[in-house]
Design a protein around this ligand. Structure first.
Ligand SMILES: *[C@@H]1O[C@H](CO)[C@@H](O)[C@H](O)[C@H]1NC(C)=O
Ligand SMILES: *[C@@H]1O[C@H](CO)[C@@H](O)[C@H](O)[C@H]1NC(C)=O
Ligand SMILES: *[C@@H]1O[C@H](CO)[C@@H](O)[C@H](O)[C@H]1NC(C)=O
Ligand SMILES: *[C@@H]1O[C@H](CO)[C@@H](O)[C@H](O)[C@H]1NC(C)=O
Ligand SMILES: *[C@@H]1O[C@H](CO)[C@@H](O)[C@H](O)[C@H]1NC(C)=O
Ligand SMILES: *[C@@H]1O[C@H](CO)[C@@H](O)[C@H](O)[C@H]1NC(C)=O
Ligand SMILES: *[C@@H]1O[C@H](CO)[C@@H](O)[C@H](O)[C@H]1NC(C)=O
Ligand SMILES: *[C@@H]1O[C@H](CO)[C@@H](O)[C@H](O)[C@H]1NC(C)=O
Ligand SMILES: *[C@@H]1O[C@H](CO)[C@@H](O)[C@H](O)[C@H]1NC(C)=O
Length: 646
């Protein structure tokens, strides 16, 4: 017997009446004979709201009261078919927060056993091994949960009694030229979904498109497997389910039609309400509607400009989210915003590692459980960004054991996120100033300085382009697992070709570490980096900040001046940090202090290069040349210049 005849016979024999309904809106006339609302689900004006925003943990389900017949007997593998179509909207309160989404569900019970809220859609359990039980869901997932192998934060999936989807597809639709156009399911826009369930072929087709786009002919997701029969019972409730944690995300179902005897009836989408993040665009369309009433002239002007404005807005919005070609040219990995959002718990305050002038730094864990630091930088112009990206790209290629490795980046609108290796021991300044019980010992201090000198030397000389760091300071020096020093934060660094005159417009850097010449010429050079490094050397050797207030008369004491004065008086060793007294040889300490002073020479040309600095710090046996040079340079007075060293 051909399958269609079987179906015909069965439906003829079956006592159950065909299910065929259309809710073009859910309004006050809806009562329990139309819809079963579980937990936090409720009718809100003309839509179903699945969750309660004010609850920390919320779950809600809405089912059609009549069960859908799916099999003649519980053992049967002959399945019925149905077709359904609905319009939903998912609107987060904070775009960066973790997402949840909603499910279309076939369930044997309106309260599936073991159902959990949070990321489990209010349907699934957290069991690690899943039983075969009648529960089949189609998830419209707006969050990426790596623990469930979610491909991204905006996808559709087939779930067979398991939150880990058996098959997924990124949200989107195939247009007439068969190209996938992605659809953002998490910006509040009304999404039209169609589900065709072909029981005879054990096939499920899911299609989504924004309301306004006519039904695409090719489904977004196609799943075909006789396995689905195991997850269906003879009769099942059909409806929607969602859940969330503390972040607010409004899941709305605006219209729904279903038929188990043919194609579901068309939803008239013309007058559906729209829920959007920005109220400005809806205010404008309201203005346009008022224009129609007021008069033709006003209407024409209003709507024309309104359309133009919306078009412009849409264009710029599309542009913003679109990855432009040039963005792909750059080597370091481009992370998706959702990936970083997930890694940092939605950029939550609890994950903030620090905040600087350029933005906040978050601690994050990537889906492969690598720990990273995510630095968020605001930028104002696309042009600037492009230049910046060119640099970032180069930064990504800079690899040295004494540099904090950049792993990648991400851009969202005006925000740029830079992803670096996470440095568990924080920044050097904390180990010198903030930890009275656990100050860094002398050996470690010297090691860190040597590490940083090597890192900076690599930037200046180890590459085909000179990289100026521009912001050398102890808070930009990070300590890794082994308390080895690494130079971080290339946010300010600019690249210069060898021999080219660097040109910039404003001084960037940190007071106390800025070389004096920058006040006049504002063009950072390798030697202004050396100056900054000299300040760090003195900080580490003396255990004092670059600029300190005296306790007695609140006078500013500049560290360099203070050390230089002691040096002139012939007792530079008195500047050494008293907390590490006895750990060092006086000669060693003197050499370090002199090195610091030499680096801070007021004349840029008189400062040593990083190569020379490394020679002093790294090579144990100090040749007479550099030592003498340091003696001379540390003075800071106009000694006759004849610096032929190394
Ligand atoms: C309420 O919804 C029902 C079912 O969709 C519809 O028939 C009815 O016209 C609606 N009533 C109002 C006042 O919108
Ligand atoms: C639901 O509303 C219909 C009218 O719209 C009414 O006939 C029916 O009795 C109501 N059912 C319940 C359970 O309130
Ligand atoms: C949400 O839940 C709280 C109690 O948890 C309740 O007071 C409030 O009325 C609910 N809100 C809605 C819109 O149902
Ligand atoms: C279903 O299959 C089981 C064995 O797998 C059998 O015991 C039972 O009688 C069958 N029921 C029907 C209605 O066929
Ligand atoms: C489905 O639910 C009914 C009661 O609602 C129950 O008797 C039946 O055992 C359930 N089927 C399965 C396979 O769990
Ligand atoms: C599942 O969740 C329950 C409570 O929500 C918890 O007690 C249990 O440990 C969890 N099981 C797993 C495997 O995570
Ligand atoms: C289909 O989508 C692709 C990619 O978005 C686009 O380039 C193409 O023009 C679209 N085709 C039609 C007919 O709209
Ligand atoms: C599902 O989509 C496939 C094409 O991907 C098509 O061949 C099949 O007929 C569709 N089935 C239903 C039930 O719409
Ligand atoms: C959809 O509804 C609007 C009014 O709400 C009506 O003007 C239009 O004719 C309807 N379209 C269809 C196809 O029924």
């Amino acid at each position: 017997m051909p399958p269609c005849l079987t179906l015909l016979l069965l439906s003829f024999l079956s006592p159950a009446l065909a299910l065929d309904f259309l809710f073009n809106s859910f309004n006050a006339t809806i009562n329990s004979s139309d819809l079963i609302l579980i937990s936090d689900a409720r009718i809100d004006s003309t839509v179903i709201r699945l969750l309660n925003d004010s609850n920390q943990l919320s779950l809600g389900r809405a089912f059609y009261p009549t069960k859908l017949s799916l099999k003649p007997t519980s053992n049967s593998t002959t399945l019925s078919s149905f077709s359904t179509s609905f319009v939903f909207s998912v609107l987060p309160q904070i775009a960066a927060s973790p997402g949840f989404g909603l499910c279309f569900v076939l369930s044997n019970s309106t309260s599936p056993p073991g159902a959990l809220a949070s990321q489990y859609f209010g349907l699934f359990t957290n069991a690690t091994s899943h039983s075969v039980a009648p529960l089949l869901a189609i998830e419209f997932d707006t969050g990426q949960n790596p623990e469930f192998n979610d491909p991204d934060g905006n996808h559709i999936g087939i779930d067979l009694n398991n939150i880990e989807s058996i098959k997924t597809a990124s949200a989107g639709y195939y247009n007439s030229t068969n190209e996938l156009v992605s659809v953002n399911m998490r910006n509040g826009q009304n999404i039209h979904a169609w589900i065709d369930f072909d029981g005879a072929n054990f096939e499920i087709n899911v299609t989504v498109a924004p309301v306004g786009v006519s039904r695409p002919s090719r489904p977004t997701l196609n799943y075909r497997n006789p396995e689905i029969a195991n997850y269906l019972s003879t009769e099942m409730y059909v409806g929607f389910s969602a859940s969330k944690t503390q972040w607010v995300e409004a899941q709305r179902v605006l219209a729904w039609s279903l038929s188990d005897a043919g194609v579901a009836r068309e939803i008239n989408t013309t007058n559906l309400p729209v829920f959007l993040i920005e109220s400005s665009s809806s205010a404008l369309s309201a203005g346009a509607i008022a224009g129609i009433v007021i008069g033709c002239v006003v209407f024409v002007i209003f709507s024309a400009s309104g359309c133009y404005w919306l078009w412009r807005k849409k264009m710029s919005k599309d542009k913003e989210d679109e990855i432009e070609d040039w963005e792909l040219e750059y080597w370091p990995h481009r992370f998706s915003y959702d990936e970083l959002s997930l890694a940092t718990d939605g950029f939550s305050d609890g994950k903030v590692l620090g905040a600087g002038g350029f933005g906040r730094v978050y601690r994050g864990i990537l889906s492969n459980s690598t720990e990273v630091a995510v630095k968020c930088v605001n930028h104002d112009s696309k042009q600037g960004l492009r230049e910046f990206m060119a640099e970032i790209s180069s930064m990504g290629r800079l690899q040295h054991k004494n540099l904090v490795q950049m792993r990648g980046w991400c851009r969202k609108g005006n925000e740029l996120m830079l992803v670096y290796d996470y440095m568990p021991n924080g920044s050097l300044n904390r180990w010198i100033f903030d930890k009275p019980q656990k100050v860094l010992d002398w050996k470690r201090r010297r090691q860190v300085l040597a590490d940083v000198a090597e890192g900076l030397n690599y930037l200046h000389h180890g590459w085909d382009q000179v990289v100026i760091h521009r912001d050398i300071k102890s808070s930009n020096i990070l300590l890794d697992y082994e308390l080895r020093g690494r130079l971080g934060d290339f946010g300010l660094a600019k690249l210069y070709q060898h021999g080219q005159v660097p040109n910039t417009t404003r001084v960037v850097g940190t007071l106390g570490y800025l070389a004096p010449e920058l006040a006049n010429v504002a063009t950072p050079t390798a030697s202004s980096d050396v100056y900054g490094f000299g300040v760090v050397v003195l900080e580490v050797a003396c255990g004092r900040r670059p600029i300190e207030m005296t306790k007695e008369n609140e006078e500013e004491v500049v560290l360099i001046d203070w050390v230089r004065e002691l040096y002139r008086e012939g007792k530079v060793y008195e500047a050494a940090d008293s907390r590490i007294e006895g750990e060092y040889e006086v000669g060693e300490m003197e050499l370090l202090l002199k090195l610091g002073l030499a680096c801070c020479h007021p004349e840029p040309l008189r400062r040593p290069t990083m190569k020379e600095v490394v020679a002093v710090l790294v090579r144990e046996e100090v040749a007479a040349g550099p030592a003498e040079l340091l003696n001379e340079l540390a003075h800071g007075s106009d000694v006759d210049d004849s610096r032929e060293v190394v």
